[in-house]
Ligand binder design. Structure first.
Ligand SMILES: Cc1ncc(COP(=O)(O)O)c(C=O)c1O
Length: 387
């Protein structure tokens, strides 16, 4: 293969063929993803910084400054002055960093196997973390509203509790745990609390009237030690753009390793070489849209979610599972299994996913999904549910 070189023309013809095999967000048929088509202005910024390496920030001090400004802006969004953190590859890496810090802090004072208390609705990145960091999970069941059952948390606390994790915008149903109460429990028991707002972080602060949810979900809650917030989800940034914020700079410093051959003497990220392109894209988006711009993006997504919910509510054979808190809808049907329905929708060109808790079809109404796509989707769905 390597001995048969191609002309540039042939290469791009082939690239086009590969691209044509992919789904595009623009088609409006991806209803399963928490990512979306990056904003054009973000792509321009991305291209401009494509050669940068934030793993060696002394060579790219401008890009490094941009990263610190992004962290500062994310801090403002999440009510944290002087935040410490990084732009990373995504929610998984952000969660790994938070849990690694929590483990180091735990090990300074304890010898036992570290335990984390987390809801069964936690993203599967925590399965990886539990395995990689050799943690003992203590799972909290969900209450009748499919949220972490706060009343069960204290029973699970032991002398080996390393951290509590709660979710602001669950992957499967888009629901927000009662962070305020969970924070009180963590604070009064002096336990590290990590909030995974990978998805909700770019939505909840921009909700009109907080979507009638009366919630404090961020660093306003004094028990919160760290938060994940991903620009490459509702922030409209190109992949890979995750975010991790720590309340205390000493906590991020727990990750520091010496980097003798590079331009700065320490690194506090898990990965070494890392592109600054997504950082530039995120900086651009935050400056370009600002609070007002994101409020509009979120309002549009929530309006479409409500529209879809109301239409489904009036459709025969559909059971809606919960009132959406963010731009996710979940349902099952009384005439066919959700797995069969997912496959049939697939054959009609739609990509939906199936949640496990409970076993339901899950729709994510990201900004690439428009009303005309939903109308086509509902038409196909109705056809599939005819007896
Ligand atoms: C709540 C939550 N946390 C973490 C992640 C993992 O993020 P990533 O896939 O960017 O690593 C996701 C992904 O959907 C998520 O929904």
């Amino acid at each position: 293969m390597l001995d048969n070189r191609m002309t540039k023309e042939d290469i791009f013809e082939n690239l086009k063929k590969f691209q044509d095999m992919d789904m595009s967000y623009e088609s409006g048929r991806i209803l399963s993803s928490m990512c979306t088509k990056p904003d054009p202005i973000a792509m321009e910024a991305y291209k401009m910084f494509i050669e940068t390496n934030l793993g060696d920030p002394g060579l790219f001090p401008g890009t490094a400054l941009m990263e610190s400004e992004v962290i500062e802006m994310l801090g403002q969004l999440l009510h944290l002055e002087n935040p410490s953190g990084h732009l990373v590859t995504g929610g998984t890496e952000a969660n790994i960093m938070a849990m690694t810090v929590a483990k180091y802090l735990f090990q300074e004072k304890h010898e036992g196997t570290p335990e984390i208390i987390l809801p069964v609705s936690a993203h599967f990145s925590f399965k990886k973390i539990i395995s990689m960091l050799s943690l003992k999970p203590r799972y909290v069941p969900l209450d009748e509203n499919y949220k972490m059952d706060v009343s069960k948390i204290e029973d699970l606390i032991t002398e080996n509790t390393m951290a509590i994790v709660a979710i602001a915008g669950t992957t499967e149903l888009g629901l927000i745990d009662d962070i305020e109460k969970i924070s009180e429990i963590a604070y009064s028991n002096n336990i590290y609390l990590h909030i995974d707002a990978a998805f909700g972080g770019f939505i909840i602060p921009f909700l009109e009237n907080k979507n009638n949810l009366n919630l404090n979900f961020d660093f306003k809650c004094k028990g919160v030690s760290s938060m994940t917030i991903d620009p490459h989800k509702m922030g409209l940034a190109p992949v890979p753009a995750g975010g991790i914020l720590f309340r205390h700079s000493e906590h991020l410093d727990k990750l520091a390793v010496k980097t003798p051959y590079l331009t700065r003497n320490k690194q506090t990220t898990i990965v070494g070489t890392r592109s600054g392109a997504a950082t530039a894209a995120t900086w651009t988006l935050l400056k370009y849209y600002g609070r007002e711009g994101y409020q509009k993006i979120v309002k549009d997504a929530i309006t479409l979610t409500q529209y879809t919910y109301d239409k489904l509510n009036n459709m025969d054979h559909i059971n809606l599972i919960c009132k959406p808190e963010l731009n996710l809808i979940s349902f099952n049907t009384d005439i066919k299994s959700v797995d069969v329905l997912k496959q049939e929708l697939y054959e009609c060109g739609w990509r939906v996913s199936v949640a496990q808790r409970p076993h339901v079809v899950r729709l994510v109404l990201m900004p690439h999904v428009k009303k005309e796509h939903i109308d086509m989707f509902l038409k196909d769905l109705k056809e599939l549910l005819k007896e």
